[in-house]
Design a binder for this molecule. Structure first.
Ligand code: NAD
Length: 252
């Protein structure tokens, strides 16, 4: 039986690398993204018989319902093995609290937390057909610690982690649900052609990671693959940050 995966925000960055990773493993891959140019590039790269691209703002209920109706038609009788709720606004900075408008706050919450609720709800009948189905939510180490003026991003990711354990205890044993908390992941070379950029990192950037380097989207894709096979792991937060959040910092 073919294995199948849906990846939100799969047109760029971590989602794009994950789509290519699982496609390379022989899976059927459905990519949802709001960026049509990025989707077009993905459908040029991946052969049509094992790839579906769907334009969708995953924070909007009607669009998510339409997207999963298409995915269901594409899968036919096949189950969905894995849903990756990866879409999100990657830039965490929202400015001073006094100037943060409700609409802007809502954009971060919708793209991450609300989207994970909507996509998991619509994917559930397809996931329940599979043996050992799982959901992976892409959170952030910013759900554990903060820089100034990142309120909405941090709250969205903290909420996503709480949604993860609530879903895990509600949907098990049929569906396992886990969060991955990436640290600093360099996505410059995984953007669509018009926005691709060469990564530039200093020695200090590398040294603040006990692993000796900044993260790559492939590191997250590998952790997702591990979670797919980790049948006794559910409701967990898996930190993929090269050790950055466990390193003690002294101010001189
Ligand atoms: P990215 O900007 O490179 O890619 C994100 C993709 O999601 C884009 O293609 C974008 O069009 C899409 N997207 C955004 N909002 C959407 C929406 N509402 N509906 C559908 N698609 C949408 O970002 P990335 O760095 O690859 O981040 C992916 C995820 O990983 C995000 O949830 C981000 O918060 C998380 N994350 C990233 C890092 C990092 O350092 N890159 C660190 C921690 C967590």
């Amino acid at each position: 039986m073919d294995r199948t995966i849906v990846i939100t925000g799969g047109g760029a960055g971590i989602g794009r690398a994950t789509a290519l990773h699982f496609h390379g493993l022989g899976w059927r891959v459905a990519v949802l993204d709001v960026d049509r140019d990025a989707l077009e590039e993905m459908s040029d790269i991946l052969p049509a018989e094992r790839c579906l691209t769907v334009a969708c703002d995953v924070g909007r209920e009607s669009q998510v319902k339409r997207a999963f109706a298409r995915i269901s038609g594409w899968l036919g009788d096949m189950p969905l093995t894995c849903l990756v709720n990866n879409a999100g606004i990657a830039d965490p900075y929202c400015g001073p609290l006094e100037k943060l408008e409700l609409d802007d706050w809502q954009r971060w919450i919708d793209a991450s937390m609300t989207a994970a609720f909507l996509c998991t709800r619509e994917a559930l009948p397809l996931l329940r057909r599979a043996e050992g189905a799982c959901v992976v939510n892409i959170s952030s180490t910013r759900s554990l610690m903060s820089e100034p003026e990142t309120f909405a991003y941090a709250a969205a990711k903290g909420g996503l982690d709480a949604l993860t354990h609530a879903l895990a205890v509600s949907l098990g044993p049929a569906v396992r649900v886990n969060s991955i908390l990436p640290g600093w992941i360099e996505t410059g070379s995984w953007q669509k052609a018009a926005e691709r950029r060469e990564p530039r990192q200093s020695a200090a950037d590398r040294q603040q990671h006990p692993a000796g380097r900044v993260g790559r989207p492939e590191d997250v894709a590998g952790a997702i693959e591990w979670l797919v096979g980790a049948g006794f792991v559910t409701g967990q937060r898996i930190v993929v940050d090269g050790g950055m959040t466990v390193r003690m910092i002294y101010v001189e």
